[in-house]
Design a binder for this molecule. Structure first.
Ligand SMILES: CC(C)(COP(=O)(O)OP(=O)(O)OC[C@H]1O[C@@H](n2cnc3c(N)ncnc32)[C@H](O)[C@@H]1OP(=O)(O)O)[C@@H](O)C(=O)NCCC(=O)NCCS
Length: 160
C-alpha cells in the first residue's frame, strides 16, 4: 500500500488525527483530554512537527512532537509492520532538527515497541526513551541567517 505522509493541514484535522491515534492507545485518548489542548496550542508555530499518513483519502495514522519534545505515534492496525512508523519518525526527526530541537523523547515504551525505537536510535532502559538530534545550523549559529540575508541583499544592490 502506498502511504503518503504530510503535515496536518488545520486545527480541525489535528483533532481528527488525534482521535484516530488516541483510539489505538490503552486507555484511549481523545480531543477532550488536556494533552490535546496542549498540542493544539503549539499547532500554529509547530505544525511541521505534526504529521499524518494517508492511503488515498483515508487517514491511517499520525505522529507528532508535542510539549517537552515528546513524540506520540500510532497507526491503524492494517497500516502497521510495513515501515510506515519508521518513515514517520524519520520525517519528524528531520523537521525537529530543522527547528533546532535538541532531542526527541518518548514515553510509554513497552516490550512490544522497544525494538522499533532501538532501531531508530533511541536510548533508554525503562518506558522512557530519548534520541539526541544532530546540531542544526540554526542552533550552531542562531544569527547566521541574518548575516546570509545581509550578504544577499548587498549582492542584489550591486547588481541594480
Ligand atoms: C509502534 C508503531 C507506531 C510502529 O509503526 P510500524 O509502521 O508498525 O513500524 P515499522 O513497520 O516501521 O517497524 C516495525 C517494528 O515496529 C514494532 N511494532 C510494535 N508494535 C507493532 C505492531 N502492532 N505491528 C507491527 N509492528 C509493531 C516492532 O518492533 C516491529 O519490528 P519487528 O517487525 O522487528 O518486530 C505501530 O505499530 C503502532 O501504531 N502501534 C500501536 C500504537 C503504539 O504502540 N504506539 C507507540 C506508543 S510508545
Amino acid at each position: 500500500m502506498g502511504y503518503v505522509i504530510r503535515p496536518v493541514a488545520s486545527a480541525a484535522e489535528l483533532a481528527e488525527v488525534y482521535d484516530l491515534m488516541g483510539a489505538q492507545f490503552e486507555p484511549a485518548r481523545t480531543r477532550g483530554d488536556r494533552g490535546f489542548g496542549e498540542l493544539a496550542r503549539l499547532f500554529p508555530e509547530r505544525r511541521t512537527l505534526m504529521l499524518l499518513a494517508h492511503a488515498d483519502d483515508r487517514i491511517v495514522g499520525g505522529a507528532h512532537i508535542g510539549p517537552r519534545g515528546t513524540l506520540s505515534i500510532a497507526l491503524m492496525p492494517e497500516a502497521r509492520g510495513q515501515g510506515l512508523g519508521t518513515r514517520l519518525v524519520r520525517a519528524l526527526e528531520e523537521a525537529a532538527t530543522r527547528l533546532g530541537c535538541a532531542a526527541i523523547n518518548v514515553g510509554g515504551v513497552t516490550d512490544r515497541t522497544r525494538s522499533f525505537y532501538l532501531r531508530l536510535g533511541f536510548q533508554g532502559r525503562g518506558s522512557m526513551m530519548r534520541k539526541g538530534l544532530p546540531l542544526s545550523a540554526l542552533r550552531r549559529d542562531p544569527d547566521g541567517w541574518r548575516r546570509e540575508l545581509a550578504v544577499l541583499r548587498a549582492r542584489r544592490q550591486l547588481r541594480l
